[in-house]
Design a protein around this ligand. Structure first.
Ligand code: ATP
Ligand code: MG
Ligand code: MG
Ligand code: MG
Length: 576
């Protein structure tokens, strides 16, 4: 590529709305251009990086035996109604109508469509296992789009979906994808960690997030430097909380007189420090049969953080006390309590207290809690009031650095990360809802076991920059740099010798398949170097009359403090 043919547009200053370094540098380097909140044009320089990321992802997915297809961005609502997600998903799901007033959605992910394909196409156990993937535009109407491509509303995701005949085979598909993800992030040249995440109602330990390590990351990772233990903060907190509940359960046997209670009262009741309790309140709901026998116990963990908007209070759900938990929003919990008569109180209920079935966000301030016997409970518990303003990092948590690791192999440390990938075992959640069955050897229909596997292609650009930059600009890992080498001739318009040598070098590198750019714009050296340092090209070769006279060029790696002289004859070998 010659710079004169390409499009280069750099800025001295980043726009005011860019908060983090990756966003600032991507804007300044002319990689993206804002069109609306969380919506960007991918400019030619940025698109080259996106394509390189996509190619690595594609190669490794293919190598792992996954099959590429392409599913539509605009999807009929009917499929999403089959799984209930059309109604259940909040405002993050963008719903649109066509001219006939029919409902459609803009895909945030593609479980429904791929399951629809599978139920039509995968009919026999002989066709399994199968893994379909696509690299496609997604839309999520994020409440707070920010950090440029890191939390966009429109973004590119690779999403894969595996179909298997049973749990065991699904486990193998999961492991296969996990291994492929490690190869992908290794090849991308990123420092990352795979951490255990919640698995929701499905249970088990098959959910991992791939987190790029960066101080500016929105997520917190809990890990043990002396063992393999690593989990996201939500999972680590829930596990720690359950452990800490052991003592509290005993205290509940002596529940005091019922009455109005605040968070402080509940904290005292549960024998947990207030700060810890308001971060994470535990509720248990028991479902009973006609005779009042408990048939199912669900523990809800309310993890309170942020600005105390009740809609934002995060809650996790633990079924049967083991397995994983998933985060739900308060409205989702209310939906659960609001439609079924449930019971609410701490773990360890013998005779749970029945709660009314008409909860709304407004009366979240009137929960019943703390009962171990009928009439021995608090009413009017207000989850929202009395909460101290937690600071995001210094937040008081159930897990703090220095706590013993759950595996007993050391102490815990905390670092921040950016979620760039997620592998998740789905079980038969979608196949059962959509009747995606295959026929087993006996000719009996069985629901397919599924897994889903996402990679945030465009988010990776931001994550890579957060991890690799300096005061001059981006430092791309070689594998995803927009150009691997830039050839910078000085005074090309004046000197035939420089022009000839630069063109020759450029053509030789091209012939070797090296992604090289010849900067033939005729910029002054200072401006030219500043551009390429900002854009982050990893290797630079400078040709000048003076150097050529002594038969040398200057090579400088993007991280090198100084340039080194190389004999003209050695440059190509050096860059190969
Ligand atoms: P987050 O917790 O950051 O909101 P998520 O858990 O909702 O992400 P998944 O549903 O697991 O995201 O989607 C798979 C991948 O898609 C994520 O791991 C992430 O890399 C990417 N991704 C998700 N949301 C966005 C977004 N708004 N902008 C860019 N990439 C995103
Ligand atoms: Mg999200
Ligand atoms: Mg997430
Ligand atoms: Mg995720």
């Amino acid at each position: 590529m010659k710079a004169s043919n390409f499009f280069i547009s750099t800025l001295k200053e980043a726009p005011a709305d860019a908060e983090v370094v990756s966003h600032k540098l991507m804007m300044r380097a002319g990689m993206i251009k804002r069109l609306g909140a969380g919506i960007y044009n991918y400019m030619p320089m940025g698109l080259r990086v996106i394509r390189k990321v996509e190619n690595i992802v594609r190669e490794e997915m293919n190598r792992a035996g996954a099959v590429e297809l392409l599913m539509p961005v605009v999807q009929p609502a009917e499929l999403w109604q089959e799984t209930g997600r059309f109604d259940k998903m909040g405002p993050e799901l963008l719903r649109v109508k066509d001219r006939h007033d029919r409902d459609f959605i803009i895909q945030p992910t593609s479980e429904e469509v791929v399951t629809d394909i599978a139920r039509q196409e995968l009919r026999s156990y002989k066709q399994l296992p199968k893994n379909f993937y696509h690299i496609q535009t997604k839309f999520r109407d994020e409440r707070r789009p920010r950090f440029g491509v890191m939390r966009g509303r429109e973004f590119t995701m690779k999403d894969a979906y595996s179909f298997d005949r049973d749990k065991e085979a699904a486990g193998r598909s999961y492991e296969n994808m996990y291994a492929a993800y490690c190869k992908i992030f290794d090849r991308l040249g990123l420092q990352y960690r795979a951490v255990a995440a919640d698995t929701g109602a499905i249970g088990g330990d098959r959910s991992h997030e791939f987190q790029v390590i960066a101080d500016t990351g929105e997520d917190a990772i809990i890990y043990c430097p002396t063992s393999d233990y690593a989990a996201n903060i939500e999972l680590a907190e829930a596990v720690a909380l359950l452990a800490s509940r052991a003592g509290a359960t005993a205290a509940l046997a002596k529940t005091p007189t019922p009455g109005k209670a605040t968070c402080a009262d509940v904290a005292e009741l549960l024998q947990l420090p207030l700060a810890q309790t308001v971060k994470s309140l535990v509720l248990a709901t028991d479902e009973t049969d006609d005779k009042g026998i408990i048939t199912k116990s669900t523990v809800w963990l309310l993890l309170v953080r942020g600005d105390h908007d009740l809609n934002e209070v995060k809650a996790g759900k633990l079924e049967g006390f083991k397995g994983g938990f998933r985060f739900a929003t308060v409205p989702e919990i209310i939906e659960h309590f609001g439609t079924k008569p449930g019971y609410l109180g701490p773990i360890g209920l013998k005779k749970p207290v029945k709660i009314v079935a008409d909860r709304t966000v407004a009366n979240m301030a009137d929960f019943v809690c703390g009962a171990n016997e009928v009439d021995f409970h608090y009413t009017g518990v207000n989850w929202g009031r009395d909460l101290p303003e937690p600071d995001f990092v210094a937040d008081i948590r159930n897990v703090v650095a220095g706590d013993p690791s759950p595996d007993g192999k050391g102490v815990l440390a905390i670092q921040r990360g950016i979620e760039v990938g997620h592998v998740f075992y789905l079980g038969t959640k979608y196949s059962a809802a959509m009747k995606a069955n295959f026929l087993d050897e006996a000719g009996k229909p069985q629901p397919m076991e599924m897994g889903c596997y996402g990679i945030g292609v465009t988010r990776i650009l931001g994550a890579a920059i957060e991890q690799n930059h300096d005061e001059r600009g981006i430092v791309w890992p070689d594998a995803i740099a927009p150009f691997t080498v830039v050839v910078c001739p000085i005074g090309m318009d004046r000197s035939e010798e420089v022009k000839t040598a630069a063109t020759k070098l450029y053509e030789e590198l091209l012939a070797l398949g090296i992604d090289v750019l010849l900067d033939d714009r005729g910029e002054r050296p200072g401006a030219m170097f500043a551009d390429w340092e900002l854009i982050g090209v990893p290797h630079r070769v400078v040709l000048s009359d003076r150097g050529l006279k002594e038969g040398t060029v200057e090579y400088q790696g993007r991280r090198d403090a100084e340039a080194t002289k190389l004999a003209v004859a050695d440059v190509v070998g050096h860059l190969k």
